[in-house]
Design a protein around this ligand. Structure first.
Ligand SMILES: Nc1ncnc2c1ncn2[C@@H]1O[C@H](COP(=O)(O)OP(=O)(O)OP(=O)(O)O)[C@@H](O)[C@H]1O
Ligand SMILES: [Mg+2]
Length: 307
């Protein structure tokens, strides 16, 4: 990808050796209308260390979102174990689940869908604070909202503005501020830059790196774009049809992709150099002619996530 140079591939934070997320043999099934089930995740195992940015990459429908939602207990897990911060996520009591909802936050692809257009930025950030810190006094809340906006690189001048006046990148910053209002330790970012221009993508990715470093956040970062993943992630799991086909550092996975499918994802990364782009196109054509799955290199379709 155009914004990525070799020097930038190594993320700046150093993850610890403490395992914050441990997923074993995860199976997620959705009931199908008219009977039967769709097995969206089919025996996935991975761990994410505290302070790590762990990428999940794969083509559309491969089960990335479902895997992450299962970790947050937002998807119907059928089998397997999920331990987050030492707690068995599948057997949390209601009270524990409430605490867990603060511990782990999610940011989605389309910030516009999650921001009420009638509310000002201040109201939107304060709304998140009311949910997570109901005892906070109004004056403290305002100060904390300003702090949060600063943390995500938005000037307090935006407090009185409504989402419609913001760019896509600025809206995504507000969505991130709302997630941070909960003081989470785990942040799941689901295609958070897919709807943004490439130059804005880099700014949001840099913001995430900075937040990760400053707040010691652990991040699960989902994308269909290996270029984006390699820019922010320490390690990557490549998923295909609900299974992990490869895991490694971004450099390992991109540099010497062992699986055909991963090679296809690598080839799908847009390259600004026309000579390389031509070679990649011809390799893609050869691959599609051979009947291998060819992942799309376009932006993932915009869609509204429903809780
Ligand atoms: N709420 C749901 N009900 C029924 N099936 C679902 C639901 N959510 C996902 N699925 C199915 O599970 C499979 C995996 O979907 P998922 O959204 O996890 O893929 P993804 O890798 O995140 O794709 P994308 O890149 O398009 O976001 C798909 O076949 C999808 O149709
Ligand atoms: Mg998805």
């Amino acid at each position: 990808m155009s914004m990525i140079s070799e020097a930038e591939i190594e993320p700046r934070t150093q993850p610890t050796t403490e395992e914050l997320v441990v997923v074993r043999d995860l199976v997620v099934e959705y009931p199908r209308r008219g009977g039967g089930v769709t097995r969206s995740v089919d025996g996935v195992s991975f761990t994410v260390n505290a302070g790590e940015c762990f990428g999940i990459v794969g083509e559309s429908g491969s089960g990335k979102t479902t895997t992450a939602r299962a970790v947050l207990r937002l998807a119907p897990t059928r089998e397997g174990t999920i331990v987050v911060g030492g707690q068995d996520v599948l057997s949390l009591s209601r009270r524990e689940l409430r605490k867990f909802r603060r511990f782990a936050q999610m940011v989605y692809q389309d910030p516009q869908a999650s921001l009420d257009p009638r509310m000002t930025i201040q109201q939107l950030v304060e709304e998140a604070l009311v949910i997570h810190e109901p005892a906070m006094r109004a004056v403290e809340r305002r100060a904390r909202a300003i702090d949060l906006l600063e943390q995500v690189g938005l000037n307090p001048d935006y407090l009185g503005v409504r989402p419609a006046s913001l760019s896509g990148g600025q809206m995504q910053r507000v969505a991130i501020a709302r997630a941070l209002a909960a003081r989470p330790q785990l942040l799941v970012c689901d295609e958070v830059v897919s709807a943004l221009d490439v130059s804005v993508q880099a700014q949001i990715l840099n913001l995430l790196k900075k937040l990760q470093r400053d707040l010691g956040l652990t991040v699960i970062f989902i994308s269909h774009d290996l270029g984006v993943i390699s820019y922010v992630c320490h390690r990557v799991a490549v998923v295909f049809e609900g299974r992990i086909v490869e895991t490694g550092t971004a450099r390992e996975v991109i540099g010497d992709a062992r699986e055909e499918y991963t090679r296809e994802l690598v080839l799908a990364c847009p390259d600004p150099d026309p000579v390389t782009a031509r070679r990649i196109r011809s390799e893609r054509l050869a691959a599609s002619a051979s009947g291998l799955p060819v992942p799309a290199n376009t932006v993932a379709p915009k869609k509204v996530e429903k809780e």
